[in-house]
Write a protein that binds this ligand. Structure first.
Ligand code: 2M8
Length: 461
């Protein structure tokens, strides 16, 4: 374990760069120099959760760097671009958010699962230098509040408790089958030729990585079509949410939203702002109830809702997202037992390397293709933490401990990759899947090592 721990730190160091923003310089951590050469929102929130154990200043800088890309309207974009990097497509020239953002930093125009408040609470809770932690919290709290207000205002104008996402990239699980129903409704012949040409001439992921691990060409047509439309609509989110051909209430995004409001509530109480905290407590409760109301007894899952152009259509595609309400502690006893059965079923989610991004019994299961089969450390982390919330439920605690070990073993044995083969099949060149030297996997390793492995070892000895 110790050797892997040391390697995790060196992966993060190798991926760390110094970014100049105005008069400030920040260390920021790129997901992987093989392709993802900018800063990603929920990756960074996770990086900081691991970094806080090894270098508190570095962890804070990671978050300050992310916040340097926050728009005037509160949006924290999904990518903060490094101006000189050309490897990643689509770059800032495609997004063209400058006039809408109100800042000089180049960013994308959509967001990602709002993990940041959860990350800040974790950092604040474990930091040893209490003075610096206090300064960090003071600096970040107003930014978190404006981000949450922004999301609530634009993504839940109808006050349903569930936020709407307008691009599969906002879910972080880009080509998950739970988008198929909505994405297939965007007919390919309605996508302008110049968008398709842009994809043909500029797409780099399949040149730098393995095509069989990445989303398909039709996915990219649709991804870029949405980006170009929103750019034409000048990133006006009232219009985008109302008129986009893709608008979905996603269970994963909302489980994190639910938990993030609880984190923000806790943070405000910690600094004595009880009255302000109440709003976020209510949002948390409202989302918790709304998540519970998506349960489908027939398919035994928490569902997404397609709300494109004002419709309300259930999406019953089963994927790893159905377990995410665990992370928000939003699962009652009956549903918990149903979910546990699926997580421990070797024909569904309990694969040799658990948990695959869709069950083995789903006909769409594709062992190497990105979010359509492979096992990802980040979703394992959510399930680990989720199971940990059900402290009275012994089976949850046993499964949680098992998955902590299996996730750490997976990273130790296969290295720091973006994702892993759920059936433990070694592919030809004996590597795991996606891009390599991956910061997310390194940071999650550090987090699990400190939060679970060390505390268990200390308890035993
Ligand atoms: C992947 O997504 C990006 C688009 O945002 C891509 O494939 O180009 C996803 O796995 C996402 O969750 C992750 O944040 C990002 C960087 O690791 O890569």
């Amino acid at each position: 374990m110790e050797q892997t721990y040391a390697r995790a730190i060196s992966v993060l160091k190798q991926n760390s760069i110094t970014a100049q923003v105005g008069n400030q310089t920040y260390r920021r951590t790129l997901p992987s120099k093989e392709f993802y050469v900018h800063q990603w929102n929920w990756d960074s929130a996770t990086h900081a959760m691991g970094l806080i154990y090894i270098d508190e200043d570095w962890a804070y800088e990671e978050i300050y760097s992310l916040l340097s890309g926050q728009w005037h309207n509160g949006l924290i974009p999904h990518i903060i671009f490094n101006p000189d990097e050309r490897k990643y497509f689509p770059g800032p020239d495609v997004w063209r958010t400058d006039s809408a953002s109100g800042i000089s930093v180049q960013t994308s125009g959509i967001t990602q699962p709002p993990l940041l408040a959860i990350s800040v609470l974790h950092m604040y809770s474990v930091a040893k230098d209490r003075k610096k932690a206090g300064v960090f919290l003071n600096n970040t709290l107003p930014r978190l509040i404006s981000y949450h207000n922004h999301l609530k205002h634009f993504r839940d104008a109808e006050n349903s408790g569930l936020l709407t996402i307008v691009h599969p990239w906002e879910s972080g699980t880009d080509n998950s089958p739970r988008w198929d129903q909505s994405m297939n409704a965007i007919a390919l012949d309605t996508i302008p030729d110049d968008v398709k040409n842009l994809v043909h001439t500029s797409r780099t992921d399949t040149m730098l990585g393995d095509t069989s691990h990445r989303p398909k060409l039709e996915d990219y047509y649709r991804y870029l079509h949405l980006v170009t439309l929103y750019r034409q609509w000048e990133w006006d989110f009232t219009k985008i949410v109302k008129s986009s051909p893709f608008a979905v209430k996603d269970i994963l995004f909302n489980a994190i939203w639910c938990q993030a409001n609880q984190a923000l509530d806790t943070l405000l109480v910690l600094v004595g702002r009880e009255e302000e905290a109440q709003k976020f407590r209510l949002w948390h409760q409202q989302t918790e109830e709304a998540i519970q109301s998506t349960w489908d007894e027939e398919h035994e899952l928490f569902r997404n809702i397609d709300v494109t152009n004002g419709k309300k259509e259930w999406i019953t595609e089963p994927t790893i997202a159905k377990f995410m309400p665990l992370y928000a502690g939003a699962v009652g006893e009956h549903h918990l037992n149903v979910l546990l059965k699926k997580l421990t079923n070797t024909h569904q989610y309990y694969t040799p390397i658990p948990f695959p991004s869709i069950g083995l019994d789903n006909p769409k299961f594709d062992d190497k293709r990105y979010w359509r089969g492979p096992t990802w450390p980040i979703t394992n982390l959510f399930i680990i933490e989720g199971l940990g919330r059900y402290t009275q439920h012994e089976a949850c605690q046993i499964l949680r401990d098992d998955i902590v070990v299996k996730t750490m073993e997976m990273i130790k044995e296969h290295g720091f990759y973006e994702y892993y083969h759920p059936l433990h099949v070694k592919i030809s060149n004996d590597r795991a899947l996606g891009f390599g030297s991956f910061s997310w996997s390194a940071a999650i390793y550090l987090y699990l090592y400190h939060k679970y492995y060390l505390s268990k070892r200390d308890r035993v000895s």
